[in-house]
Design a protein around this ligand. Structure first.
Ligand SMILES: Cc1cc2nc3c(=O)[nH]c(=O)nc-3n(C[C@H](O)[C@H](O)[C@H](O)COP(=O)(O)OP(=O)(O)OC[C@H]3O[C@@H](n4cnc5c(N)ncnc54)[C@H](O)[C@@H]3O)c2cc1C
Length: 495
């Protein structure tokens, strides 16, 4: 077996891992970065648009009146006190300085208004990567910096095991060719991004796993969680899915918006669950996390029901509803469109989607019920109640705003878009202390081990909160905390 030694091994080069490496690099502590993929960067590079922070330099300049007290109390309360208070506090207190640090890393962000219609009036906490392509390029430049300083960056090499005996002896890695490598090390930081790529762990935690459209980092298969758990780390808690919106397909990205089927997915039309009942105020579409949670809550699948008249209206007219992804795709300074249509290709797009099975078409509601295996009586009841709400411009059950009660469902042909709950990953894993060390069931930390980013439990009670940029902000800050703590421990001669 090929073997060598270092001080610290960092597993994963996404937001948390690259941040940990940057700290080690700045403090001249030798490290090896292991990355399973053929390039650096996980969901933090290919996916995330921004990070949450309080008290950043820019926020201070702009006199943002939302600081530690508001954020700490807000998040604690929001999560019904199911939070790791020490960790949350440490994250929040470092989140502002993290913004300056991101600029030093070559990944600058600026404070921007929320990209979600539901959060336009929220305090200014969202710091956005203004040039997404540049972010990706600059991320890719970091390994050269690290290696020039004498560190190792090993691509297509995954951590697979640990040698541990009352302290870390070595990290065992495997490269693409299947060869094992033994890296004798004093500390390891697991930044491998949670477990959404592990079918086994997903199925064990989420009953709707098969229905989910997984847009997360699929190389994240729970390595750090499993290896620390094997050594006694406490993994007892409620699983937390990173649900985020919905999509009409298991294979396409709903954010690309190249089909009118996706456009209609992104609007508050009539939604029915698998029992043919309405289940939510469809206005939730304007809050990605809550939309995803609502879909997760009905077992990951729901239907958008419309009739031919509605489809034709979208084909010919400009409709006074905003596509929920509109603001995500506006560059800074661009004005978002608050209407949709006309959509000249809508009929072709729907006909195509009927062929692929993403949309079900039928002449009658009875036929829709048969094709989707829905109880017909519930379907007619739901449609009648909704039509009544549209007619009266009042939804006295789910309270959808009158301005969104635009389309009744009257005459065939009818169309049902089959929607899947989309996910960006998982948000639970290992219980940690304030230093991002995994703790045992008795609360004591596991020596020499650190675990960060999406691998960590303790920030969310049951789902992703409506605080934009929290997951990614935490990933960068937790990587930084873990590296700082590892360095401190090394300097104290703890090994
Ligand atoms: C499409 C999308 C959009 C998003 N948008 C936002 C947003 O706007 N704001 C926000 O806050 N969050 C957002 N997120 C979530 C955010 O990206 C994650 O919370 C964050 O990246 C988590 O950081 P991480 O370092 O834990 O994992 P990642 O950034 O995913 O990195 C994990 C890395 O570990 C590697 N790895 C896995 N297993 C191993 C192994 N055994 N050995 C070596 N390497 C391994 C992976 O290949 C990957 O490179 C988004 C996610 C997605 C998918």
């Amino acid at each position: 077996m090929n073997s060598f030694s270092t001080d610290v091994v960092v597993v994963g080069s996404g937001s948390a891992g690259i941040s940990a490496c940057f700290e080690l690099y700045q403090k001249h502590v030798p490290f090896v970065l292991l990355e399973k993929g053929n390039k650096v960067g996980g969901a933090g590079k290919f996916g995330a648009h921004g990070v949450f922070a309080i008290n950043s330099t820019e926020q201070k300049k702009r006199h943002v009146n939302y600081g530690y007290r508001e954020a700490f109390n807000g998040l604690t309360d929001y999560n019904h006190f199911f939070v790791n208070g020490e960790l949350l506090a440490r994250f929040l207190k470092k989140s502002g300085a993290n913004i300056d640090r991101l600029a030093e890393m070559g990944l600058p962000v600026t404070v921007e208004q929320s990209e979600q219609k539901a959060h336009l009036n929220d305090p200014l906490v969202y710091h956005k990567f203004n040039n997404f392509k540049e972010k990706m390029t600059n991320w890719d430049k970091l390994p050269d910096k690290f290696t020039a300083a004498g560190n190792k960056v090993m691509l297509e090499t995954a951590a697979v095991d640990l040698e541990y005996d009352n302290g870390l002896k070595a990290v065992i890695a495997k490269n693409k060719a299947g060869a094992e490598i033994r890296i004798a090390a004093k500390k390891v930081i697991f930044a491998d991004g949670g477990y959404c790529g592990s079918q086994e762990m997903m199925t064990a935690n989420f009953s709707d796993t098969k229905a989910l459209l997984n847009l997360g980092e699929r190389k994240s298969t729970g390595t750090g969680i499993r290896l620390t758990h094997k050594l006694g780390a406490d993994c007892r808690h409620r699983p937390v899915l990173f649900a985020h919106g919905g999509a009409p397909s298991m294979s396409i990205n709903p954010m690309k918006r190249d089909s009118a089927v996706e456009t209609l997915t992104n609007l508050p039309l009539l939604w029915l669950d698998q029992t043919a009942n309405r289940f939510v105020n469809e206005d939730v579409v304007y809050d990605f996390a809550m939309w995803g949670n609502a879909a997760h809550n009905v077992n990951g699948i729901y239907y958008v029901l419309l009739d031919q008249k509605t489809l034709d209206t979208f084909k010919q007219k400009e409709v006074n509803l905003e596509d929920t992804f509109e603001r995500q795709f506006c560059d800074v300074g661009q004005t978002p469109r608050t209407t949709v249509g006309p959509l000249p290709n809508i009929q072709t797009d729907f006909d195509e989607a009927v062929k692929t099975g993403e949309v079900v078409k039928a002449d009658t509601l009875e036929e829709i019920a048969q094709k989707l295996q829905l109880p017909y009586s519930s379907l007619t009841r739901s449609v009648n109640a909704y039509n009544q709400a549209v007619k009266q411009k009042e939804d006295d059950t789910f309270l959808k705003p009158a301005a969104e009660l635009l389309f009744d469902v009257q005459e065939g042909p009818f169309y049902a878009i089959i929607e899947h709950c989309a996910i960006l990953g998982t948000l639970d894993g290992v219980n940690v202390d304030r230093n991002c060390q995994p703790v045992k069931e008795d609360g004591t930390p596991l020596k020499d081990l650190y675990i960060v980013g999406n691998n960590v439990n303790g920030l969310y009670s049951d789902g992703y909160p409506s605080y934009e940029g929290i997951a990614n902000g935490f990933a960068f800050v937790s990587g930084w905390i873990a590296a700082e703590e590892a360095i401190k421990s090394l300097n104290q001669g703890e090994k």
